[in-house]
Design a protein around this ligand. Sequence first.
Ligand code: ADP
Length: 492
Amino acid sequence: MGDHLLIADDDVRVLETFSRNLERLGYTVVKALGGEEAVRLYAHGQPAIALIDVRMPGMDGFDVLKAIRSGDPEAEVILVTGHGDVDTAVEALRLGASDFLAKPVEQSALDIALRRAQDRIRLKRSLRRAQAALQASEAHYRAITEAAVVGVGITDVEENLTFVNQAFADMLGYERTEMWFMNLAQLTTPEEFVRYRQETQSWMAGLRSQYETVMRRRDGSMLHVLVSAAPITDAEGEMRILAVISDITDLKNAERERERYAAELERSNKELQQFAYIASHDLREPLRMVSGFVDLLARRYRGRLDDEADEFIAYIVDGVARMQRLISDLLAYSRAGKRDDRLALSDCNALVEQALLNLHAVVAESEAVVTHDPLPTLVVDPSQIVQVFQNLISNGIKFQPPQPVEPPRVHISAEQGGGIWTFSVQDNGIGIAPEDIERVFEVFERLHTQEEYPGTGIGLSICKKVAENHGGRIWATSELGRGSTFFFTIPE
Ligand code: ADP
C-alpha cells in the first residue's frame, strides 16, 4: 500500500503499539504526540488517512478534526473514541469525521475502517478525474458550438429557446440576449411552425431527418434554412430539442435562378430549333423553283447569249447549289437536336459502311483510302451515327493540302474503357491550329474560305449534337500539316 498515515495520541505506549500494527500492514506511519503536533504534521505531509484520538489534553480530537478539515475538506479523518461512548462517536461524524473506532481498537475493526477509507479515497479520485474530463469535454463542445458557422439552438418542450449560439443570433439579426426564451413561433410563419412541430415528433421518435424551411429575421425578411435536430435531456432531466440550422438562402436563390435560366434556355433552344426547321424547310420550296428555272436557263441559253450572261448564269447555279447545301445542312442540324426515340442495337461496322456508301462519289474521286478496325455493336440512333461518320470521313478527305503528295487516308477505330466507347477518326489532312480546335465544333465556324474549301460550317456541330444526345462528347487533337484525329464517345 505504502500510503502515509498520521496517528495522534497523547499516550506514547498506545502510539507505539498502534504504529507497529499499522507498519505491519504496510503503511508509512507519522506519529503525533498530541493535537497541535497532529495538525502541524498533517499540514506538512498531507497523509492519506489520519487516526486521531479524541481525548487529548490541549487540542482534543474534535479540534484537530476541525482544523484539518478546514484546510482539506476531503480529509479522511478517523476519530478514536472511548469504549461505548456513543455521543462522542455521533459528534465525531457530525463534525465530518469519515469514521470512528472505539478503544481498545481491535485489529479487525481497524482493518475494516482503513479499507473503507481506502475505498473512499479511490472513489473520490476517480470522481475528480471524471469531473475534470467532463469539464474538458464541456469546454470542448462549447468552443465548437461557439465557433460553428451553423446556428445551434436549444428549445424546451414549449418551443422556447433556452440557448442559441452566436451564429444562430447573427443569422436572424438578433442579439443573443434578445433570443433568450423567445418562442419559435415568433421566428417563422404559422404554417412552417406547424411543420416544425410535425418534424419535432419524428425527431423525438429518434428519426434523423432534415428539412428546408423559412425563418423570419428581426427586420422581417425571410431566411431559407436547412434544419436538423435531435432530442436531448438537460442536467435536470428535462426534454429539449437541439436544432442546427444553416443558411441556404444564397443556395436557394442560385437554385431558383438556375431553374429560371434552364427553363429560359430550353424555351429559346426549342424556339430556335423550330425556327431553323421551319425556315430551312419552307425555304426549300422556292429554292427548288429557282434552281429548276436556273437549270433550264443554263441548259437552253448557254452559248446563245453573250459570254458575260453565261458567266452570270454559272454564278447563279453555283449560288443556288450552295444555298441548297446550306439549307439541307441546317435541316440536318435542327433534326439532330431532336431526341427522337429511334435507338436501336446497331453494328457500327455497318454504320461506317453505310456512310462510305453515301460518300461513294467523293471517295472515288479523291482516291481516298478509308479503313477501320473492328467496331462494336451499340445501342444508338443509327441514322445519326451514320451522319457523324459521314461528316468526319468527308472532312478528312476534304481538308487535304492543295498539292497532295499522297492520297487522303482516313482510319476509324474504337476503344472501350470506363463504361464508354471512344471512337476515333484519324486523317492525314492539313490539320488544325491549337487555338482553333475548340471553335470548329460551333455552328458556322469555318477556318477557310469557300474558294479554298467549300462547306457550310455545320458538319461538326451536327456531330457534337449527336454525341451529346447519346450522352457522350466530342473533341479533336491535331497538328498543323500532319493531320487530325476526331474523337467522340458513346456510353456502353
Ligand atoms: P465544313 O466542313 O462544312 O466547313 P465543319 O463543321 O465540318 O464544316 O468543319 C468546320 C471547320 O473545321 C472546317 O471548315 C475546317 O476549317 C475545320 N475542319 C473540320 N474537319 C477538319 C479536318 N479533318 N482537318 C482539318 N480541318 C478540319
